[in-house]
Design a protein around this ligand. Structure first.
Ligand code: SF4
Length: 353
C-alpha cells in the first residue's frame, strides 16, 4: 500500500492516471491530497472526483504513527514516535522565540530522525549507543514533520514549522535515498511547502555522499567537525578513521553553498584558545559558518560542557579571526531532546524500569 506521506505531486498524479483520470482531474486529485496531508485548504480549482477519492481511501494509507509528546519549559517538544514494527524514533520541535532569533516572529524548526539507531557510534551521542537497527522510509520521515506540525497547529491554528533539520537519530547520508525522497515530498508547494533552502541535512562526514547531496538537492549541509587533530577526531567520531580531515575539507570546499560546521564544545577537550585558532585556520578560504554547541549531558559522565564564559571566549576568538560563529544555547535539555540526547527505544525501556 502507498503511504500519503511518501507521495509527491507526481506520484499522486500517476496514481490518478492509473484510474483513467484526465490530466486536469489527476492534478485536482493530487492537489486535494497534498493539501490534506499538510492540513491546509486546497486553493481553488476543480474538486477531486469521488471515484478517485474512494480509490485513495482503499489504496493510500493516510494514518500517522502513534506519538507521545513531552514538553520542556523552554518550549521544546520531544515526540516518541511508535512505528508499526515496534521501533521508536524521536523527533524534536524547537521553538526559537522572537526575542532570541532576531526576527519579528517566533520560529519553529522540526528536527527529524532518519534511522532507527545509528551505525556511526560517535562517543557523545546516545543514539550511537543503540547501534544500527534500520533505515526509515521516506514517509516515516515526512510523518515526523506532520506530527510536529499538527501538534503546533492544535496549539495555535496560525502556527506552522518553517524549518527542518535532519539532526535527529541516525546519519542521514547513510539513508540518502529516503532523505531525498522525504525532501521531495516536504518541498511540494501545494503540500508542506518547506523550501529546500530551509532544510539542513547533517553529516559526520560521509565524504563520497556529500557530492551526491550537492548534486541532488539545494538543501543545506551541516558537517560535524568537533576536533581538528586526526587522533582526537577519531576518538570522538569513529568515521574519521575512514575519511581524513583533508578529504573532508576538500568535500566542504566543493559545496555549492555555505556549509555549517558543527563544533560541540567539550571542556578540556576542544575548547582552548589554540583549538579556536586551529578552527579559524581550517575555515580560511571556505564558505562556512560555525555553530558552537556546548555539550549536552550524554553517555560519558566525565565529559562536560565548558563554562558559558569559556564558550563565549572561544566564539570571540573565531569572530576576531573573521569566522562567523553562533553559540547555540541548548533546547530541550531537561526532556532529553537536545543534540546527542535522542535515545528512542532505550529511553522507553529505562522509563518502564
Ligand atoms: S551524532 Fe549522528 S552520526 Fe553520530 S552516532 Fe549520533 S546519530 Fe549517529
Amino acid at each position: 500500500m502507498d503511504h500519503l506521506f511518501g507521495m509527491t505531486e507526481r506520484a499522486l498524479i500517476e496514481f490518478a492516471r492509473g484510474y483513467g483520470a484526465a490530466a486536469g482531474g489527476a492534478r485536482a486529485f493530487a492537489k486535494t491530497l497534498l493539501a490534506r496531508a499538510a492540513m491546509r485548504e486546497a486553493d481553488g480549482g476543480s474538486a477531486a472526483s469521488r471515484v478517485l477519492l474512494e480509490a485513495a481511501a482503499r489504496e493510500i494509507d493516510e494514518a500517522l504513527p502513534r506519538a507521545e509528546a513531552i514538553a520542556d519549559p523552554d518550549g521544546t517538544v520531544r515526540f516518541a514516535i511508535h512505528l508499526a514494527d515496534g521501533a521508536i524514533v524521536e523527533t524534536v520541535l524547537i521553538e526559537q522565540r522572537a526575542s532570541t532569533n532576531l526576527r519579528k516572529r517566533d520560529r519553529f524548526t522540526v528536527c527529524v530522525s532518519s534511522q532507527v539507531g545509528c551505525a556511526r557510534g560517535c562517543v557523545f551521542c546516545e543514539t550511537g549507543r543503540l547501534g544500527f537497527v534500520r533505515n526509515l522510509a521516506a514517509w516515516e520521515i515526512v510523518a515526523q514533520f506532520a506530527i510536529a506540525a499538527r501538534h503546533l497547529r492544535a496549539r495555535d491554528a496560525s502556527l506552522s514549522p518553517s524549518n527542518l533539520v535532519f539532526m535527529g537519530m541516525g546519519e542521514p547520508l547513510d539513508n540518502l535515498e529516503a532523505v531525498l525522497g522525504a525532501i521531495g515530498v516536504l518541498r511540494e508547494p501545494r503540500g508542506f511547502a518547506v523550501g529546500e533552502r530551509r532544510i539542513t541535512v547533517s553529516t559526520v562526514g560521509i565524504v563520497p555522499r556529500m557530492d551526491e547531496l550537492y548534486a541532488r538537492t539545494r538543501a543545506n549541509l551541516a558537517v560535524s567537525l568537533h576536533a581538528l587533530e586526526e587522533k582526537s577526531r577519531i576518538a570522538l567520531l569513529p568515521i574519521a578513521r575512514k575519511f581524513s580531515l583533508a578529504q573532508l575539507r576538500a568535500a566542504i570546499a566543493r559545496a555549492p553553498r555555505t556549509v555549517l560546521l558543527q563544533w560541540t564544545l567539550i571542556a578540556g577537550q576542544n575548547d582552548s584558545d589554540a583549538q579556536a585558532e586551529q578552527l579559524a585556520e581550517f575555515c580560511r578560504g571556505l564558505d562556512v559558518r560555525v555553530n558552537l554547541i556546548p555539550l549536552n549531558p550524554g553517555p560519558i559522565a566525565a565529559q562536560r560542557p565548558p563554562t558559558l564564559e569559556q564558550c563565549r571566549a572561544f566564539q570571540k576568538r573565531l569572530a576576531d579571526a573573521g569566522v562567523r560563529a553562533l553559540l547555540r544555547l541548548p533546547h530541550g535539555q531537561e526532556i532529553g531532546g537536545a543534540c546527542g540526547q535522542l535515545a528512542g527505544a532505550r529511553r522507553a525501556t529505562e522509563q518502564r524500569r
